[in-house]
Ligand binder design. Structure first.
Ligand SMILES: [Zn+2]
Length: 254
């Protein structure tokens, strides 16, 4: 069954001229980043301890409890380093081979870029750089200097330096959303992977799709609303993508 599914997916990819890849936390789990909405995820852990993730991962919490907020970020960063998996690498290789692959991700880990992908829209921002909330100067994590309370401060104006992540209660960048809509609208193949589509604006975005084929690769069935799914593969994405071939795009289609 899975063998047939992989052959079909290969065929869809080979035939497509513009692939939109819409990915969520499940794309990074095989890199060792827990999917916070899965039963073993960090958010579920927090919920068990009566700590609401929507509170802890919000701008309000950052401003009201900066010591705890930044302590949590330091603990995350101190965890073992993560690397792109077969899914990140396949998409990057495909683009490198000349395929028009455009990635829209809900992840903030930057693993698509680490793998070499160049068209990546990060709906929830990125953890790869931090910025001063006063002057908006950018800093890398390694450049941060902390005050006596453990809060990273800008050396120019003493503003708090925070991750460029879109937290709960914050909204994705408008131009980025517009570009994401446009990308999905123009694609002829849409691959939805590793996401339950429950976090906004996921469901609204995929509704824009107007192309030929929709593929879902996820460990759980998901609700795509009115969007019909041509192929559903219930499996971790890295294991699936590691079995695909990188074929040169057909020049006649360009
Ligand atoms: Zn500043």
């Amino acid at each position: 069954m899975t063998k047939d599914s992989i052959a079909l997916l290969q065929n869809y990819i080979d035939e497509a001229s513009l692939i939109a890849f819409f990915g969520g936390a499940g794309v990074s789990t095989e890199s060792g980043i827990p999917d916070y909405r899965s039963p073993e995820g960090t958010y579920s852990e927090m919920e068990k301890r009566d700590l609401d993730p929507e509170v802890l991962m919000s701008k309000r919490y950052l401003l009201q409890h900066p010591e705890d907020f930044f302590e949590r970020r330091r603990r995350e960063k101190a965890a073992k380093p993560v690397y792109p998996n077969a899914a990140h690498r396949y998409l990057a290789d495909l683009e490198q081979a000349g395929k028009d692959v455009r990635i829209i991700t809900q992840n903030v880990d930057g693993l698509h870029q680490t793998a070499g992908s160049r068209y990546v829209l990060e709906l929830h921002g990125t953890d790869r750089y931090w910025y001063c909330m006063e002057c908006e100067r950018h800093f890398s994590y390694e450049e941060l200097a902390y005050d006596e309370r453990g809060i990273p401060r800008c050396h120019i104006d003493q503003g708090i330096i925070r991750p460029a992540v879109v937290y709960f209660g914050e909204h994705p960048d408008r131009r980025l959303l517009e570009k994401s809509r446009e990308t999905i609208r123009k694609a002829d193949l849409l691959i939805i992977a590793g996401t339950s589509l429950t976090v906004n604006p996921a469901k609204n975005l995929i509704r824009r799709f107007n192309g030929d084929r929709v593929v879902v690769v996820n460990t759980e069935p998901i609700d795509t609303g009115k969007l019909p799914v041509d192929l559903f593969i219930q499996h971790p994405i890295g294991e699936i993508f590691s079995q695909l071939e990188v074929n040169q795009p057909k020049s006649s289609r360009r």
